[in-house]
Design a protein around this ligand. Sequence first.
Ligand SMILES: NC(=O)c1ccc[n+]([C@@H]2O[C@H](COP(=O)([O-])OP(=O)(O)OC[C@H]3O[C@@H](n4cnc5c(N)ncnc54)[C@H](O)[C@@H]3O)[C@@H](O)[C@H]2O)c1
Length: 390
Amino acid sequence: MFKVRTLNNISVAGLERLPRDRYEVASDLQNPDALLVRSADLHQMEIPPSVKAIGRAGAGTNNIPVAAMSARGVPVFNAPGANANAVKELVLAAMLLAARNIWPALEFVRGLDGDDQTLHKLVEDGKKNFVGFELPGRSLGVIGLGAIGVRVANAALDLGMEVYGYDPAITVHNAWQLNSSVQQALSVDDLVSRSQFVSVHVPLLDATRKLINAERLRLMKAPGVVLNFARAEIVDEDAVLQALEAGRLHAYACDFPSRKLQGQRRVIATPHLGASTTEAEDNCAVMVADQLREFLEVGNVRNSVNFPEAVMPLLPGKQRLAIVNANVPNMVGQITTALAQHQLNIADLLNKSRGELAYTLVDVDQAIPAGLAAEISAIRGVLATRVIAS
Ligand SMILES: NC(=O)c1ccc[n+]([C@@H]2O[C@H](COP(=O)([O-])OP(=O)(O)OC[C@H]3O[C@@H](n4cnc5c(N)ncnc54)[C@H](O)[C@@H]3O)[C@@H](O)[C@H]2O)c1
């Protein structure tokens, strides 16, 4: 039985991925094998030595002492992309809200007085103020083609838009997912100068702070629409307000209200709703529970923020050693020597590294003798060792 201690309410869909005949899951377990958290601050608590893995049902891991866990040989898993569809749908909603002037139109309706007949007349007289435009043929530039950006780009193509993308570090996986009709921009400036709509889907870094600034807003096709469902600081709010005032920008849609933006006409600000769907919460919990389970049962690593990706099928009848060690020379040599001394034949071996850490999976044909794990743990640089039977 594996013990998984939960530190927040984790969606039932995720907990159901840990079968009751193999997992004890509760918030008050002693000596847990793994912790499953959402936003609980693990910096403030002592993490028991029994913990072999930590799962965060979400994307960010600021609440977890990742460096300290790496030093202990404990992987931290997260759920990148689990909320990507939720954010994509909000971006699509924002594009339509902006194009059809739905926001001011709803406010207009809310402010109407009188009986039905009067209301009807006011509606028919007032609707000319909210004439919008349609999306097919309009251009959208997507900056950042990660989990969210790729989905936004593909969905915009389906709506008939002309789509440009820019991401100098797109992953092979995301490149495979991206519709081949998305046109490649050569730079951010190139992208904005071809686009009427611009949507940012990059992380907040020094390089992306104020990525959308006054100069780039001037390059956009007018009247433009900027969509920011990534992070507030990626767009220069002052520059946006000036562009709105000057009429170069039709609307600014974002997920990050601020005092400056509040009450501004043509600003559509949602209260950080990007990932707020029941499906996104379920997806995060399912993804992270599956990853924890695969690590605990087989030793494979997928979507860890501090471990290398390491996936090797564990075939029936084999036994596996999973070893976390410092990424220094001669570690695999010392490990295989220890196995050879016990006359163990290596059936398969995987060694991956990430930064200062390396992870080795060794599958053998015979039963792993008692004491070998302790011998390997005693090798200088080895941080954690586990024996796993198929
Ligand atoms: N509104 C919300 O509630 C919400 C929810 C989830 C994510 N987010 C934000 O959305 C961002 C994107 O999320 P994701 O899941 O798609 O991330 P991701 O890591 O899958 O993709 C980010 C992409 O941005 C690219 N990139 C980085 N710097 C770049 C630059 N200077 N120019 C162009 N591309 C660049 C990367 O190469 C990567 O492909 C997150 O960083 C987060 O800030 C917001």
